[in-house]
Design a binder for this molecule. Structure first.
Ligand code: SAM
Length: 335
């Protein structure tokens, strides 16, 4: 049921009454990996950097969002650590009034070098994508990536004091489905939180993703037979449903965009590196905020533009009904 709240400016509420508090900010569409479900092997047709928002433009836009009630920003990409000067941006974003949570999603390939600087600059929470603990398999899934670099990055993040560190493992039938328990052990050993994610059919890799789709209810049932699990909670846990492994600190989250979608409680939007505000990961609705900010819009005009954009937020994704609908890659939208 639509409400009329979407028309009131200065209020981050969408046409379905959902309050938007969370923005995923893609700082680049480039990535140093080619994960089979995300980017085709050898893909290099990225935006030219001139199209990316400059740091000043990003900060202005985030100030506008924060003025309307945005509370949390997650830096993502592509791979955010390939964007030059990222710590400077982090420092500027962490100083914005109203933003009380600044986090980062990374594949951790470059994290060893950057962990401490990023932590000092103001990133508090880290999500690291890691689908396997086997070097050969990692290379295969990521189109040539090196697992040892990721592990070194994770250890550097631990040493730098990030807490929590969440490991995001995309569950892939026939690819890494023999490693769920190994990943549990790894996360217990290092004090990480573990989240399993279902693949979504986006971009031209969508067919591959669908072929290896793993319903997480099956993973949960499998783990329940092997581990003592009780319902758990995770502050700021987003759409994941958590279980705690009894006798340990480990929480395991299940993110099920396909088998049990969570669109009713969706509280997020995504700003791509080239300044498009995407209202839903699984739909094509978007609003060009780059044009608005480059035209020199003041805060009031930005608030009007953001309100117009939010009015476009769809009720839900349609991955199941229209799996081929989203042609852009995840790295374009900001996963
Ligand atoms: N490079 C960073 C990283 O690796 O976390 C941030 C961007 S990446 C696109 C963000 C997340 O999206 C990763 O955890 C990745 O596994 C996930 N992802 C990409 N394509 C996906 C798909 N088709 N289905 C489910 N998750 C996907």
């Amino acid at each position: 049921m639509k409400s009329d709240q979407s028309t009131s400016s200065g209020n981050l509420v969408d046409p379905f009454g959902r309050r938007i508090e969370y923005l995923r900010l893609s700082v680049t569409d480039r990535c140093n990996l080619r994960c089979s479900y995300c980017l085709p092997k050898g893909f290099s047709d990225f935006d030219v950097p001139d199209e990316w928002l400059q740091f000043d433009e990003i900060v202005t836009l985030m100030q506008a969002f924060a003025g309307m009630g945005l509370k949390r920003i997650r830096l993502t990409g592509g791979e955010p650590l390939v964007r030059r000067g990222l710590p400077e941006l982090v420092e500027r974003l962490s100083g914005i009034e109203g933003i009380d949570d600044l986090s980062l999603s990374t594949n951790a390939v470059l994290l060893e070098r950057h962990a401490e600087t990023l932590h000092k600059a103001g990133v508090s929470r880290l999500n690291v994508s890691l689908d396997t603990l086997r070097g050969d398999r990692f290379k295969e899934i990521t189109g040539g990536g090196r697992l040892d670099k990721v592990l070194a990055g994770l250890m550097a993040a631990k040493a730098a004091g990030f807490t929590p560190i969440k490991i995001n493992m995309v569950a892939l039938k026939g690819i890494n489905d023999d490693e769920y328990e190994d990943m549990v052990e790894f996360c217990i050993e290092h004090g990480f939180t573990l989240r399993f994610i279902e693949t979504m059919p986006v971009g031209s890799t969508g067919r591959w993703a669908s072929r290896h789709y793993q319903n997480l209810e099956e993973v949960r049932a499998y783990l329940r037979r092997r581990l003592d699990l009780v319902p758990g909670v995770m502050p700021g846990g987003g759409p994941a449903r958590y279980e705690q492994v009894v006798g340990t600190d480990l929480r395991i989250g299940f993110i099920t965009p396909i088998s049990r979608h969570f669109c009713d409680s969706c509280n997020r939007v995504r700003l791509s590196a080239d300044g498009q505000l995407y209202l839903c990961l699984g739909q094509n609705a978007r609003y060009d905020l780059r044009q608005v900010v480059r035209a020199g819009a003041g805060m009031d005009d930005l608030h009007v533009a953001i309100t117009e954009a939010l009015a476009l937020k769809p009720q839900r994704h349609e991955f199941t009904d229209k799996p081929e609908q989203v042609v852009r890659f995840m790295s374009m939208t900001g996963g």
